[in-house]
Design a protein around this ligand. Structure first.
Ligand code: NAP
Ligand code: GLV
Length: 321
């Protein structure tokens, strides 16, 4: 009996993330199965049992009538959930230590950057100004993490380990040692009132779109040596109201923002974020997924699935993440 093929549909990406690189990795870990890099003119759609995808075009996956599992090559599945014709088979997202560690690095880097007043110090160096400012202790700040899933919980623990006070917010209730956890709409205001640096690691869903808006920024705590609160968003651009962020930065509601994600990516050349003095900007690379790690993760899951074992990290289509 045919083992079926694995179809690779990868749009966008950098050199390390090229479709060809994924093909080489998948050929290596799926040696007993045909791996097809699409578009492939010789493709028989009925042959495809598995698809490993990043940002497939809406409707692309509907062509495969025998599809058994869709593997998203990243953690966030918002692009797939927006495809009304997505086949009704399990959709698996990435949750692996490698990605989690990369995101923890990004969050720790940016929290420390604001806490240790790095933008001021770099500017001082640029203008040859010897004007030290007092450096307060980590426990003078409360970091609030929105989203206490795979990535948020790991970042929360790392920040706690550095001595920050950490609070978190999720949909369902959580217990994490040393972290004060809030949940649901009822817990949001209390969470924001405690927070000096807001870190967003939520998925983009119908419930979270544009959650980072002026109302939220106004509720953040100003009671810290930072003065105005800081926003760090590495979730998705659709979580943020970008006009509200710019107004909040300009009128002092927010002191600074670190942004990795944007409503429109690549960020348009005329975006005010590029040159804003209080924005630290990165090009959606807080936590890249690594083709070596993820291809092994997918191959392991296919093995489990074919042995009748449950798949890990299956997306709940109702919740949208
Ligand atoms: P996850 O494990 O699914 O965790 C999501 C968290 O968000 C959970 O704690 C969940 O609450 C919470 N949440 C979802 N909807 C909510 C709502 N309406 N109200 C309150 N809390 C809500 O996801 P993850 O692996 O941590 O990844 C999070 C996101 O990071 C991804 O979806 C992706 O968009 C983004 N990401 C970005 C990059 C990058 O390079 N910038 C890289 C990877 C991922 P429950 O725990 O109660 O379900
Ligand atoms: C990257 O943004 C991901 O969702 O893995």
């Amino acid at each position: 009996m045919s083992k079926g093929a694995l179809a690779l549909l990868v749009h966008g990406g950098t050199e390390n993330w090229s479709p060809q690189r994924w093909k080489v990795r998948f050929d290596d870990v799926c040696r007993d199965r045909r791996v097809l890099l699409l578009p492939d003119p010789a493709l028989d759609p009925a042959e495809v049992y598995y698809a490993a995808v990043w940002k497939p075009k809406p409707g692309e996956l509907a062509a495969f009538g025998n599809l058994r599992v869709i593997f998203n090559l990243g953690a966030g599945v918002d692009a797939l959930m927006a495809d009304g014709s997505l086949p009704d088979v399990p959709l698996v997202r990435v949750a692996v230590d490698d990605l989690t560690e990369r995101m923890t690095e990004y969050v720790v880097l940016h929290v420390l950057m604001h806490h240790r007043q790095e933008p001021y110090l770099r500017e001082s160096q640029r203008v040859r100004r010897w004007a030290p400012r007092y450096q307060w202790a980590a426990n003078a700040l409360t970091i609030g993490i929105m989203g206490l899933g795979t990535l948020g919980a790991a970042a929360a623990r790392a920040l706690r380990g550095l001595g920050f006070r950490v609070v978190g917010w999720s949909r369902s209730g959580k217990r994490i040692d040393g972290i004060t956890c809030f949940h649901g709409a009822a817990g949001l205001d209390a969470f924001l009132r405690e927070t000096n640096i807001l870190v967003c690691l939520l998925p983009l869903t119908q419930d979270t779109r544009h959650i980072l808006d002026r109302d939220v920024f106004l509720k953040l705590s100003r009671a810290s040596p930072l003065g105005a609160p800081v926003l760090i968003n590495a979730g998705r651009g659709g979580l943020q109201n970008e006009v509200d962020i710019l107004h909040a930065l300009d009128d002092g509601t927010l002191g600074a923002a670190s942004l990795d994600v944007y409503e429109t990516e690549p960020l348009p050349e005329d975006s005010p974020f590029w040159s804003h003095p209080r924005v630290v900007l990165t090009p959606h690379n807080a936590a890249d997924t690594d083709a070596d790690e993820i291809s092994k993760y997918v191959a392991r899951q296919i093995g489990r699935f074919e042995a009748g074992e449950p798949l890990d990290n299956v997306v709940d289509r109702e919740r949208g993440y």
